[in-house]
Each structure stands twice: as C-alpha cells, then as structure tokens.
Design a binder for this molecule. Structure first.
Ligand code: FAD
Length: 527
C-alpha cells in the first residue's frame, strides 16, 4: 500500500504545501508531487548565478495569512520577515523624489514637498482603505458562498451582506467602487499631485493587463494594501533568505506532521473512476492512489491538461476556457556590483531609497501609454519599472558588497505582433536598463549578469498559463464566488474527490497561503 494515500496534492507551490501541512496536521496521509526540482512554485529562491540567491518570481511579502504562520509555527521552521522602511521611492525626471511609508511623519513630510493638501489627505485615504480592509480581509479566509446554492450558502451570503451594511452608506459606496472601479478616478478625487498619484497607481496595475483608468484596477490597488509584516498592517517586507525560505518553512512544517513531498514528479494525468478522482499517474507511469486529490496548478492545467475534457460537464469546461490568463509582465533579475546611485539623491552605498520599491513611473499617463503599446502587441517603448533590491536589508543573498535587483516590468504582452520574444527579449531588457540608467547613471556599468523572463518563459518555467502571475485575472468578474468559475468557488470541482487548492481558487494570486488552507478545511469537512 506504499502508493496509497488519503490525499495527493498536485504541485508544491506554497498553497499546495500549505494544504498538505494542514491535512497532515489533521492526521491524513499526504503526498505532494511537484514537477520541478525545487519547491514553492512562484514563491522560490534559486542560486541563479554562483553566490547569488534570487527570488526568481515573487519578491515581496505581506499577504501571507498570519493565522497560517501561527498554526504551522512557520517561524520555528525558519520563516522570518524583514520589514521595509521606507517602503517606496520614486525619482522623477525633474530631479525631485518621493519617499513613502510606513513612517507616517516621513510620508507626510515627503508628500508635502509636492502638495500640502495631499499630505493632509493621505492619512485619511489610508484610514478609508483600512476600514474597507476590515470588512474585506476576513473574506480571504472563508469559503465563498455559492449564490446559486442552498439555504446554507444564502445564509452565509446574507452574513456578508450584513457586515457590508455595517460599513454605512458612505463607506459602502467606496467599498463597492474599490471592488469594481478604476483606480484613476479614485486617485483624482483624493489627490492633486501627479507624482503621488503615479506612485500609488503602480500598485493598482501590478501584474494586471490593465491600465489605471480601467475598471477592476482599484481592487488590485487595494489587494496591495492588505496584509501585514510582523503584525503591522499594510507593510510589505522581504523574507530573510528570499521568498523560497517561506515555501521551505511550509514544506518543513508539512514534513514535521508526516507529509511526504516529492520533487521531479510531474503528474501526467488525474485518474478518475465513475466521475470520481481516485489517484494520479506521473509522466514516468508511476501511479498513486488516494480518496482525495487537490491541484495547486491553475484551472487550465488542471482541467484541460490533467483530465480528459470529456470527463467534465460542457458548461464547466466552457467557463474554464473563458478564464482570462492575459499577462503583460516581464521579470528581470539582475546581479549588481554596486547599488544604483540616483542623481536626485547622491551618495555611496546603501541608503533609504534602496530599502523599498524603487518606482520608475513619472506620471499616470506614462502607465496609460505603456499599456497602450502592449494592447497593440508591442513591448512598451517606455515601460513602468518596479525595482527592489532585497540585498539592501538582507546580506545572506549575494557575495559581500554585491547586490541583486528584481525588476518587475510592465507592459509587454505574451503574444507580440509581427515579432517574437526571442527577437525582442534582449532589446526590451536593454531599454529597461537605459531607462533606469537615466535616473541612476552608474546602473548599467554595475550589471554583472541578468535573467530576462517574458510571459511565455514564465509559463514554461512555472507552469502558469499565459504567464499570468495570479493563475488568472484578479478582476471582480473572476473573484470570490466566481473564482475559478461560477458555482465552483468552494474548492470542489465537477469531479468528486478533486479539489483546487492554489491561486486559481479564492482568494486568488499572491503569496497568502489562504487558498491552500481553505481547500484543506473543505477537504477535511468532506471526511
Ligand atoms: C513574476 C512574479 C512575481 C510575483 N510577485 C509577487 C510578489 O512579490 N508578492 C506576492 O505576494 N505574489 C507575487 N506573485 C504571485 C504569487 O507568486 C503567486 O500568486 C503564488 O505564488 C501562487 O502560489 P500557488 O501555490 O497557488 O501556485 P504556484 O506557485 O503557481 O504553484 C503551482 C505549482 O504546481 C506545479 N505544477 C503544475 N503542474 C504540475 C504537474 N502536472 N505536476 C506536478 N506539479 C505541477 C508547478 O510547478 C508549481 O510549483 C508573483 C508571481 C510571479 C509569476
């Protein structure tokens, strides 16, 4: 019975590992099968160049659910957060700069350089978001009710409606706008300084193939103010040792409860019998049996690659085919001989400007124009750059004195018009480097090595369809009760005994662990 388990998890992403840990903790015999040689999916750290430990995909954390950190005792298993302060630095072409958060006095002083009115309004804006977060954040940990389900579902929907009512009319309206609206009108209402709006707008579009004037981006913005770092709300931090340390800590917790985890174990198909999942077969033909199978791979991979489409109801399959996997993100990881020295803040070595995200995005219109290029199949001529250098706060990642920069770049589509990524990849990276060099003239000369990952490469490396970093768009039409598709947001699928436990399910993308924990709870509820 060596190949017989209570539960099999397909994919050792951080969510799959979280599900495995909770199931094993509850006494289930669990097997995790990960196709790659490394655990963590998009939450990984790899020695890309000798001595340089690069968080190849995800690079900052705040969303990881504090309950999971506590339940699984992740700190005992090596997880440690390093808060970033300041968290944001935006240099501008006119030689000025804006530094922000989480220090409230610094933020006030800095915004006041651009607009006194905005400096007064900013804490009110944050307070509004925090009150909406008080309503929305607990929803990350619940199984979404099915509006087309039974009385229990309707009761749970009613409870959410009741809590929404408690927000009051004013805040309720703001909450709905945040859930469904565009970021630009909200920012225009609150602020006058272009520099502040551009800096905040970067958070509204991160990872989305959308511009800040498009509906749905307000929620992306909001998604980035939720979460916490070491108990402090809205603060993003680095994981000491890189993002992979978080996944490793979850894997270590799972193993401590008895879960078995195998790498280089690609699942070729899910075995079904009479409409029920009964196990999986690996590419090499090895079969494992279990009463329950959960997939941390995205919905497209799970339902269209690992199952026979004929096993699924046609309307379900149609809904899966409609999931939006568009992507406009390129990740560039860079090894540096020295930190970038910005003309607007001259100095040597590490300064506060290097602690957080260095935004290269002078105006909101700059983002709109970059988006327009990608919409027409071109990598943006002037892309928005989100640069982070975790080595500013963590000296365990690179040889002494050396640094790693993560550039999260938008926009550049998966499919290019009239050309290919092979032809464009290096040209695009060169353009990104030229842009950063305009602000930090030592940058290009400091580059030791680089790794450029456009959307098709993300798909190949991490198995994410279309290179979509969230396992499917995070717009309201694909969230909560309709994630991954309407009627199947409770982690169960049309195949009995088959569950989704990754970012494809509620609450979606981001390093949160919530999908894994919620799915495990539902699996345990089913016996
Ligand atoms: C470039 C990039 C930057 C990001 N930046 C951030 C960030 O800074 N902060 C943040 O919070 N989020 C970020 N995200 C999003 C976040 O990383 C993901 O949403 C999250 O890691 C998803 O985790 P998951 O466990 O649900 O799925 P995944 O990480 O996608 O894991 C799925 C796993 O399943 C495996 N798999 C797939 N098919 C099979 C198969 N047939 N057999 C076996 N295994 C299989 C894959 O190899 C993978 O390991 C980023 C994502 C990307 C791509």
């Amino acid at each position: 019975m060596a190949n017989q388990f209570d539960a099999i998890i397909i994919g050792g992403g951080h969510n799959g590992l979280t599900a495995a840990a909770y199931l094993a903790k509850a006494g289930r015999k669990v097997l995790v099968l990960e196709r790659r040689g490394i655990l963590g999916g998009c939450c990984i750290t790899e020695e890309t160049w000798p001595g340089y430990r690069v968080s190849t995909a995800a690079y900052v954390n705040s969303l990881m659910r504090p309950e999971i950190i506590r339940d699984l005792e992740l700190k005992k298993h090596g997880f440690e957060m390093i808060p970033r302060s300041p968290s944001s630095f935006s240099p501008f072409p006119d030689g000025r700069f804006l530094m922000m958060g989480p220090d409230k006095e610094l933020t006030h002083r800095e915004i006041a350089k651009f607009s006194k009115k905005d400096a007064e309004n900013y804490p009110k804006f944050e307070a509004m978001l925090t009150r909406v977060a008080d309503f929305l954040e607990p929803l990350l940990d619940v199984t979404p009710p099915n509006p087309w389900g039974g009385i229990g579902d309707l009761f749970r929907l009613g409870k959410i409606g009741w809590n929404f009512r408690k927000l009051g009319r004013d805040l309720g309206g703001e909450a709905l706008e945040i859930l469904t609206g565009a970021a630009t009108p909200i920012l225009n209402r609150w602020f006058e300084s272009e520099e502040l709006k551009a800096t905040i707008a970067t958070d509204a579009v991160i990872g989305a193939f959308a511009s800040p004037s498009m509906p749905g981006t307000a929620y992306v913005l909001f998604h980035h103010v939720m979460g916490e770092c070491n108990g402090v709300r809205g603060v993003w931090g680095y994981v000491r040792g890189g993002m992979g340390k978080l996944s490793e800590s979850i894997a270590s917790a799972a193993r401590s409860y008895g879960a078995e985890i195998r790498n280089d174990a690609e699942v070729a198909n899910i075995i079904t019998k009479d409409g029920k999942a009964v196990g999986v077969a690996l590419k090499d033909g090895t079969e494992f049996r279990a009463a329950k199978v959960a997939s941390c791979a995205d919905a497209n991979v799970t339902f269209r690659k690992l199952l026979n489409e004929s096993d699924l109801p046609a309307e379900f399959l149609d809904a899966v085919k409609r999931i939006d996997y568009s992507s406009a993100t390129v990740k560039i990881n860079v090894a540096l001989s020295e930190p970038p020295q910005f003309s607007c803040l001259p100095g040597n070595g590490i300064g506060p400007q290097h602690h957080g995200t260095m935004h290269i995005c002078p105006t909101v219109d700059y983002i709109e124009r970059a988006y327009e290029d990608a919409k027409h199949g071109r990598p943006a001529a002037n892309p928005m750059l989100e640069c982070t250098m975790a080595t500013a706060l963590d000296n365990s990642l690179a040889p002494p004195g050396k640094h790693i920069m993560s550039m999260f770049v938008q926009y550049a589509p998966y499919t290019l018009t009239g050309t290919t990524w092979e032809a464009e990849k290096d040209k695009f990276a060169d353009r990104c480097f030229d842009i950063l060099n305009e602000y930090a003239p030592n940058f290009k000369a400091s580059v030791i090595a680089r790794q450029v990952i456009p959307p098709p490469e993300m798909e190949r490396l991490w198995g994410i369809t279309g290179g979509n970093i969230m396992q499917g768009s995070m717009s309201m039409s694909s969230m909560f009760s309709v994630r991954p598709v309407a009627g199947f947001a409770n982690y169960r699928t049309p195949i009995r005994g088959l569950y989704l436990c990754g970012a494809a399910a509620h609450p979606g993308g981001g390093v949160m662990g919530a999908a894994g924990r919620n799915a495990a709870r539902e699996m345990l509820r089913d016996g």
